[in-house]
Design a protein around this ligand. Structure first.
Ligand code: PRX
Length: 632
């Protein structure tokens, strides 16, 4: 399956095959997996509907590929190395055999509590092994998991549970995050007041804190688990059956529940994992993401396990007990491939390099980044201090919606250009579009990125709202997928992602739609209207700036801004709290009433020397007034 292995020419040859004969190419890769029944048709697609079917008619269970298939050859190999939050506690090494048994037990626990194929199960848990068991257990019985990152607020959790009509919630009493603990079950209890579809809550003891248990609804994980055995035959699934729902912010409205299906997702995540990282038998691979995000789904759980890899799962944070923790873990587990986010690199680069150099990182072979464009300075710091200029950095561009890497170097083979995601993965056909929606054919180009052909792990729909799926991704350019990113291409055909071109801001690697944050702010009784924009931040990449028009009398501005931060934290989560809140007399609007965010972005970024054309503004005077206040 690792079919690119010698040189960039090798990549070139494979890439050409993949785009000239995509069906033959992906059928070849897919045939290396275990299918209960082979597919009837490799691909059927129509981006105008949009509809994409890969390996139609194929029958499989992804956990048979992640677990059972490995038992003959690697039963005693470690599948997951779990590193706890507390560095003084011991890591757990979970073999493929043990993982198989744990997943089957959890799967039986779900079944014993009423879950069947097609039901939705919400998972709101910290980074403990049981989170991975839970995800795989759902897949084992054909239940659709919806993992919600355990940093989201109760309101965000409730929205997601209700959108997918989840029947069960899996959670824990709490979580450890560095020196802090977070009471997760309490957050769930608040959310569940609004969630009538949840029939059963199963709570894992993690921090051993007292929690309230609601009779007839709530049970303890360890008690439920003690009543089941580990014999759980896998449910037979169709290649196109949904595997999971994962929510991502949109530029407007509620979060979008991206639906991923089974066969194509498995094939693509495994293939890209093995090739981009050049993972070799016996390597130890560590992705620092949380399983609550797509990176964790695809490149901690499914891709690596289907590939038979050893994958590290870390419960804690990079700053605890100090900013050397990542490197201590790399040394301890002899990590060979290390994958993290630019925001983490920037945060770590602010601390003495001694925190890196004191650890033995000689096992490292490949470094990766994901989540946002990496700036030149962070790239060089990562390359010099972590990689010792000896480890290729793969800058992987992709999205929740794409399921797997789209543009990324092949480690050790693709010539690297700092800050460039470089070349498309096999099967990916990018295009750069100009302002008129025409493809720019010149090799050097800058514009909006689009993808011209389906790949196996493209999300198939938005849960319950196919129309929104179509409008969001397939209406900007006819017959193409539009990811929402800007892009440039150099004269060697290398792609560099320049950032979002919609109202999504990436803060510390997390996608945040500005509209839901504005809606939260507007709920305050003293707020008449608000506009949120991003501005550059040297650690987070971007931070949020909220411009707020107040209403009412005798407003205490300090109190109001504190309350606004609290509302945003409660409605969305602490990650969405604006860094800066400015009370303003008005917002710059066009004659049609649209807020001119371009101007607000410039003000927030302190880049007001040229505000561009303001002649279409209804209220140009307000711009001066806002600038005065921001300066003040
Ligand atoms: O803007 C791109 C940015 O993150 C967005 C996708 O976010 P999300 O769905 O949360 O998935 C993040 C993990 C895959 C993209 O539209 N992005 C992601 N990776 C990169 C990136 N921007 C530049 N370079 C990257 N390597």
């Amino acid at each position: 399956m690792r079919n690119i292995s010698t040189s960039f020419e090798d990549y070139d040859r494979i890439y050409r095959q993949s785009v000239e004969q995509p069906e033959a190419f992906w059928a070849g890769i897919a045939s290396e997996f275990y299918w209960r029944k082979k597919w009837d048709k490799v691909l059927e697609w129509d981006f105008t509907k949009p509809e994409v079917n890969w390996f139609q008619g194929g029958k499989l269970n992804i956990t048979e590929n992640c677990l059972d298939r490995h038992l003959a050859t690697r039963a005693n190999q470690t599948a997951i190395i779990w590193e706890p939050n507390d560095p003084k506690s011991s890591a757990k090494h979970i073999t493929y055999k043990a993982l198989h048994s744990e997943v089957c037990k959890v799967a039986n626990m779900l079944k014993a509590n009423g879950i069947k194929k097609g039901d939705r199960v919400c998972i709101y848990m910290p980074m403990v092994p049981e989170l991975a068991y839970a995800v795989l257990a759902c897949a084992r019985i054909g239940a659709i998991h919806s993992v919600v990152f355990a940093g989201f607020s109760s309101a965000s959790l409730a929205t997601r549970i209700n959108d997918a009509d989840c029947k069960m919630l899996l959670t824990s009493d709490g979580s450890f995050r560095g020196a802090k603990t977070i009471a997760l079950k309490e957050i769930c209890d608040v959310a569940l007041e609004e969630c009538p579809s949840i029939e059963r809550v199963i709570t894992l003891k993690v921090i051993d804190s007292p929690v309230e248990m609601k009779a007839d609804r709530d049970i303890w994980w360890h008690e439920a688990l003690s009543q089941v055995d580990d014999d759980c035959p896998a449910e037979e699934m169709d290649a196109e059956d949904p595997l999971f729902i994962l929510y991502t912010s949109g530029s407007t409205g509620s979060p979008k529940g991206m639906v991923h299906s089974t066969g194509g997702y498995m094939v693509y995540t495994t293939y890209t994992f093995l090739n981009a990282f050049q993972y070799e038998e016996g390597d130890i691979y560590w992705c620092t993401a949380d399983i609550g995000w797509i990176t964790g789904h695809s490149y901690i759980v499914y891709g690596p396990l289907a590939a038979g890899a050893t994958t590290v799962m870390f419960e804690g944070v990079p700053s605890y007990p100090d900013f050397g923790r990542f490197w201590e873990i790399c040394e301890k587990h002899k990590v060979n491939q290390f994958y993290t986010a630019p925001t983490a690199i920037r945060a770590l680069a602010k601390h003495p390099t001694e925190l890196v150099t004191k650890y033995d990182l000689s096992a490292l072979k490949v470094l990766g980044t994901v989540g946002e464009p990496i700036n030149e300075e962070a790239w060089h710091w990562y390359n010099e201090h972590v990689g010792k200029k000896n480890c290729p950095i793969i800058d992987t561009w992709w999205q929740t919606e794409t399921g797997g890497f789209m543009i990324s170097p092949i480690a050790g083979q693709t010539p690297l250009v700092p800050t460039y995601a470089t070349q498309p993965m096999p099967g990916i056909l990018p295009a750069i579009m100009d302002e008129n929606g025409e493809e720019i054919k010149d090799i050097e180009a800058q514009g909006r990125l689009a993808i011209k052909f389906p790949w196996p792990s493209i999300a198939r729909t938005i849960w319950g709202n196919h129309e929104r799926y179509k409008n969001t991704y397939f209406s900007a350019f006819p017959n193409m997928y539009f990811p929402g990113d800007g892009c440039l291409r150099d004269n060697n055909g290398n792609y560099r992602i320049t950032g979002r071109v919609d109202d999504v801001v990436i803060v510390s690697g997390h996608n945040l739609g500005t509209a839901p944050i504005e809606n939260a702010i507007n709920e305050h009784v003293n707020v008449a209207e608000s506009a949120v924009v991003g501005f550059p931040h040297d650690v987070k990449g971007n931070a949020l700036f909220a411009f707020v028009i107040t209403k009412g009398e005798n407003i205490d501005s300090t109190r109001l801004t504190d309350e606004i931060r609290t509302i945003v934290s409660e409605k969305i989560g602490p990650i969405a709290k604006p860094d800066h809140i400015q009370l303003v007399p008005g917002l710059p609007k066009t004659r049609s009433g649209k807020i001119m965010r371009r101007i607000l972005r410039k003000i927030a970024s302190n880049d007001t020397s040229n505000l561009g054309d303001t002649s279409t503004l209804l209220n140009p005077e307000v711009v001066e007034a806002i600038m005065e206040q921001v300066k003040g």
